[in-house]
Design a protein around this ligand. Structure first.
Ligand code: PMP
Ligand code: GLN
Length: 401
């Protein structure tokens, strides 16, 4: 894509995202795609039937801008049941086209030129793009390897008089870090002391495998009134292509998001909203079963990557694992990921695009384990070739994708 002339785009990086690039490479080489995070099996069959039923019932026209009331009520009930958060579905919940739109609308609505937005680095690529579109300034605070924990003092030190918002992500993509209760407490203290907004991207809220469960920062003292919490049915129910997400929080913040959202998408797919309302009403056992199954698959992939010779940090949350490729004698994650599909029939994501300074992320590569066990077994078998140093010509590709 071009950044100049009549097609000038208001973004420094205008090419396809790294997710698109690596997914295309996976298809071209018939590789197993452990790059872009999308499950290879859909969510509950009953929820698919709900979507079909909504289509057959004739729900084909625009829903209300902030979302169907039925879905907003189900989102509010979810927040109450899981976290004890009370929300008025009329005024404190907005449905968006994926969490992506919630984040974009929040940043466009709430930040602008002269404002600084503190993010955890590595950061999901959309954060940097949307902060740039808003004309604000991204201020990254690094999660330090090898465990990728957050030093709350470093976050405090990043705050200046221009800081408008903390954009948090826990459980964290791409590292799998789940912020500890003590860390959250310190972040909340900083937010209160400096009167900051918090945009809390909690799309992986149900994917925490051990230790304390996910705790929304909005539940901490004095935080509900300054926090906009973002969720996604794509992640929670394995329907990433449906693009149903939401933002919840105090009325003024939700109204600001809605004001921008109405000029981005206006409203989001009606039949899927009906279905996601049903999904949110499913028993909690669905969510916990998915988590337990993903924990087993995490362990399988972590063992496989370690066996293949990478240094792996075991993620406590999300469906991603970040591996250090230096023990393989590799130094550049982007070059490694560009060659991996051809070399051994597996695709992954280089983390360096999630850093303001790509050098800091160069040795790290992200793999997803949201795939079936047979697919992961095959991926691990293929990755073993990296350790053995077998030539690419002896490797099989194209059998599973
Ligand atoms: N935030 C994070 C951290 C994500 O990983 C994703 C998934 N790509 C999103 C937001 C966007 O979610 P959605 O697919 O619902 O737009
Ligand atoms: N959130 C998913 C990931 O991190 C998908 C990202 C995308 O394709 N934009 O893999």
């Amino acid at each position: 894509m071009t950044a100049g002339g009549r097609a000038r785009v208001r973004l420094a990086d205008t090419g396809p995202t790294v997710f698109t690039e690596m997914s295309e490479l996976a298809v071209r080489h018939g590789a197993i795609n452990l790059g872009q995070g999308f499950p290879d099996t859909p969510g509950p069959a009953s929820v698919v039937e709900s979507a079909v039923a909504a289509l057959r019932a004739g729900h084909h026209q625009y829903p209300p801008v902030p979302g169907l009331f039925e879905l907003r009520a189900a989102i509010a009930a979810h927040q109450r049941t899981w976290y004890g958060i009370d929300l008025d579905p009329e005024t404190e919940v907005v449905v968006t086209t994926g969490a992506s739109e919630a984040l974009a609308a929040a940043l466009l609505a709430l930040t602008g030129p002269g404002d600084e937005v503190v993010v955890l680095e590595p950061y999901y690529d959309a954060y940097a793009a949307c902060v740039e579109l808003a004309g604000a300034t991204l201020v990254p605070v690094r999660l330090t390897p090898p465990a990728f924990g957050l030093d709350a003092a470093a976050l405090r030190a990043a705050v200046t008089p221009r800081t408008k918002a903390l954009l948090l992500n826990t459980p964290h993509n791409p590292t799998g870090t789940v912020l500890t209760p003590d860390c959250l407490r310190q972040i909340a203290e900083t937010a209160r002391a400096h009167d900051l907004l918090v945009i809390a991207d909690e799309v992986y809220e149900h994917l925490v495998y051990e230790g304390p469960p996910h705790q929304p920062i909005a539940t901490l003292p004095g935080m509900a009134q300054r926090t906009l919490t973002v969720g996604s049915a794509g992640k929670t129910f394995s329907f990433t292509g449906w693009k149903v997400g939401w933002a919840t929080g105090p009325q003024d913040l939700v109204e600001a998001v809605t004001a921008v959202k109405q000029y981005l998408s206006f409203s989001s797919g009606t039949p899927f909203q009906h279905a996601v309302a049903d999904a949110l009403r499913l028993p909690a056992a669905h969510v916990t079963a998915q988590r337990d199954s993903l924990r087993r698959r995490r362990d399988l992939l972590v063992a496989g990557l370690t066996e293949a010779g990478m240094a792996v940090h075991v993620p406590r949350g999300t469906y991603f694992v970040t591996a250090d490729i230096r023990p393989l004698g590799e130094t550049d994650g982007l070059a490694f990921c560009r060659s991996l599909p051809a070399r051994c029939g597996v695709a992954a994501i280089p983390n360096q695009g999630f850093y303001a300074d790509p050098d800091a992320g160069r040795p790290y590569v992200r793999f997803t384990f949201c795939k079936g066990q047979a697919v992961l077994d095959e991926a691990v078998a293929r990755l073993a070739a990296l350790r053995d140093g077998r030539p690419a010509s002896t490797l099989r590709t194209g059998e599973i994708s």
